[in-house]
Design a protein around this ligand. Structure first.
Ligand code: GDG
Length: 466
């Protein structure tokens, strides 16, 4: 079997325990363990004139290779082009989009540096799987150096419609970069349609059935691979939490009140201000919920080096303070707002005890929290998932109560309806969601992508085959 090579910005080191590492990191590590392989990424360190050779170490069947970056290039790449241009663009936030040529050049230089360091480690029959928007040009750079093997790319965030994508000055170069992959994976069919429409209408490429695309001399395939979670691990954690000391502490602190939970990185795509405002609106419109429902928002700080994220943090602190100031009683605080991460087992316990799961991003590639919330429920007495229609997960989770995150009053109404939803309806909705979460796991996602990459566009000659 061919060797698997994974490239991602952050690498989950073997020392990072499963309880802390995300589901994706654990699944990739498992895939590497099965196939035997190499995980290539940034070391987290910077130095002027960094070497082209990564630090290499082995753990079991997996080799880790970590590259150090030049500090200016790293800033231009990560906080600059990746998170200042591509992230807002792909999340439809044109107001937050900044584009600077120097950052675009730094982004490309980091990709060239990655390619120069990775290429000498590659064998001709390796299968290379590149993750996320930090590395879109990597395949083109590896091809320049002469790598002819399979390269796949998975885009974890949404792909915007052509009208939005065209706002990015480097749009044409970026799609040309994509054409050097054999397989481009997106989260949803809607994302696939958006990219295909751009390719046929703007880039003058051709499209054949199955998402096979021709762009200049390149042939590649674009398809949807909706990511999943390690459902069994969440069920196990959630069941293990029943009666645990942590669960007892949680129950004691709630004093019989209902819990509504949100878990999001502190990111403007996650719609946090509207979610908090919707909770305030629920208490405003329906006084019967005052002192009866507590909301817990876990929001670990993320990308503190980007100005928008610091501003968002201040906005949320003010909003949380205002809601608590207005509605708190001497024995009840409506909103618990926490800026730090928790162990996965603790999250599972909180999800299981929450009557409402509030997942209301303005845009999200998939949103794994929605799936984790479903997996952690007690099937006999499940909570209700309130889910933004703009999360990729809304395509699959037909049992969720779908909301428009721009409609704060609508979200308050949905929360009110969910709090009084009869148990039969809660069970039916949960069952429909669980069916999807249980079957489309992260393991299946990994295997499917790798299988499709190995078999991508083999002997496809072009549109004359239609
Ligand atoms: C990107 C896309 C896509 C959060 N807080 C804690 C914690 N988390 C974990 C959650 C979940 C993960 O982080 C977040 O995943 P999401 O999918 O919700 O969002 P992004 O981080 O934006 O991920 C997204 C994903 O890639 C995968 O393709 O779904 O659309 O934006 O697993 O549980 N984990 C722990 N403590 C925390 O406090 N342990």
């Amino acid at each position: 079997m061919a060797r698997l090579v994974i490239v991602s910005n952050r690498v989950a080191s073997p020392r990072e325990r499963a309880a802390k590492a995300g589901g994706l990191a654990v699944a990739l590590r498992e895939a590497l363990g099965t196939h035997g392989g190499l995980w290539f990424g940034w070391s987290g360190e910077t130095q002027v004139n960094p070497p082209d050779t990564p630090k290499v170490f082995r753990s079991g069947r997996v080799t880790y290779a970590l590259l150090t970056l030049d500090p200016d290039d790293q800033r231009a790449h990560y906080a600059g082009y990746a998170n200042g241009s591509l992230w807002p663009l792909c999340h439809y936030r044109l107001g937050a989009l900044s584009f600077r040529r120097a950052e675009w050049e730094g982004y490309r230089r980091v990709n060239e540096h990655f390619a120069r360091a990775l290429f000498p480690m590659l064998r001709p029959d390796d299968i290379v799987w590149v993750h996320d928007y930090h590395f879109i040009p990597l395949a083109a750079e590896l091809r320049k150096l002469g790598f002819g093997g399979r390269i796949g790319y998975f885009h974890h965030i949404p792909w915007p419609t052509p009208e939005v994508f065209l706002s990015l000055p480097s749009h044409a170069a970026l799609v040309n970069d994509l054409s050097h992959y054999d397989l481009v994976g997106l989260q949803t069919e809607q994302d696939v349609r958006a990219l295909l429409t751009y390719i046929s209408s703007e880039a003058r490429g051709w499209i054949a059935p199955g998402g096979v695309v021709g762009l200049r001399e390149r042939r590649f395939r674009i398809a949807a691979f909706p990511i999943g979670i390690d459902a069994d691990a969440f069920v196990t954690d959630a069941q293990a939490s029943v009666g645990s000391e942590e669960e007892q502490r949680l129950a004691a602190s709630l004093g019989g009140r209902q819990l509504a939970v949100g878990v999001d990185r502190l990111d403007y795509s996650k719609g946090l201000p509207s979610k908090l405002a919707a909770f305030g609106e629920l208490l405003n419109r329906y006084p019967e919920h005052r002192s009866k429902v507590t909301m817990m928002q876990i929001a670990p700080v993320s990308r503190g080096e980007v100005a928008e994220y610091r501003a968002l943090r201040r906005e949320l602190e003010e909003l949380a303070g205002a809601i608590n100031g207005e509605y708190a009683e001497f024995d009840w605080v409506p909103l618990r707002y926490l800026n730090r991460p928790f162990q996965r087992a603790t999250l599972a316990a909180i999800y299981r005890n929450a009557r409402l799961g509030l997942v209301t991003p303005l845009r999200d590639g998939m949103n794994l929290v929605a799936k984790e919330y479903v997996a952690a429920q007690n099937p006999d007495d499940p909570g209700v998932l309130i889910l933004s229609r703009f999360a990729g997960a809304a395509d699959e989770l037909s049992g969720a109560v779908l909301v428009n995150p721009y409609d704060v009053e609508g979200m308050a109404e949905a929360a009110h309806a969910a709090l009084s939803m009869p148990i039969e309806e809660r069970r039916e909705r949960w069952q429909a969601n669980w069916e999807k979460v249980r079957t489309n796991t992260i393991h299946r996602w990994c295997e499917t992508f790798i299988h499709e990459l190995v078999n991508a566009v083999d002997q496809f000659d072009g549109p004359s085959d239609l």
